[in-house]
Design a binder for this molecule. Sequence first.
Ligand SMILES: [Fe+2]
Length: 291
Amino acid sequence: MQTPFDLDNSASYLRWRDQKLKHAITDTSELIVEIKDPLALTSFEHNALLDRCQRSNMVIYATRDLPADEAMVRQFGLQFGLKSLDANWLAGEQGITRVTVCANDGKRQAYIPYTDRAIKWHTDGYYNSPDRTIRGMILHCVQSAGQGGENRLLDHEIVYLMLRDENCDFIRALTAPDAMTIPERADEHGVARPAQTGPVFSVNADSTLHMRYTARTRSIEWKQDPITLAAVNALEKLLTSDLVHIHRTRLEPGMGLLCNNVLHDRSEFNDNVQHPRLLFRARYHERIAGT
Ligand SMILES: [Fe+2]
């Protein structure tokens, strides 16, 4: 199948690039779509959500239908063909994780998502094995923080485009199968997760682009050659720039992010003690249908 993400096919790439830049959303307010009932979207709402995802791989939906539960998130995802939930060892029974501060839970509090600290730019599941690649994601806000907890969002296709424009060799380096290694993580019982070596950019079976990345500097090993390190440096520069494609937003109760696992981060936050921040996170192996 032809893909614009092939370095040997610049005609296809340039056509895709034109369309991408023409339609990509740069105004964050355009990314937000109000919906009435997340369990039963109207075709108008569904089309509006899908349109954003086709253009920018993400949409922020906003509903007044409160409160939500895991079943709602699951049913919402099904309407976009999202059905293969990734079984996470910290996730609840339904495969949907409650992301909240776990101060007294020894297992969870070791992981930044379950603290009130900032999380650097990443795509979800960058440490997963290839058979558990996370291509789709829903992050639904039940309760926002008293203060902070904003997200920045960036379409990974835009990152690919900017890097390829800058230097094709950056893409060559970041698609190498040994570009990035996440070392094994051991717990008190021994090895919980083996080391994962793989590319940053890869092409899915349906010719769409996948990105595996984390901006963390500990527990990650980059291939030690000049072009890989230069590519990583260029990528870091992009993520700290004021690129118009970087969206800044804060999910409030009833709002959520539906996306093809785009790059995102989280700022630190302070909980309101009575109402601690709570998000439902669903990770899927497939992308949003029709994108
Ligand atoms: Fe994440």
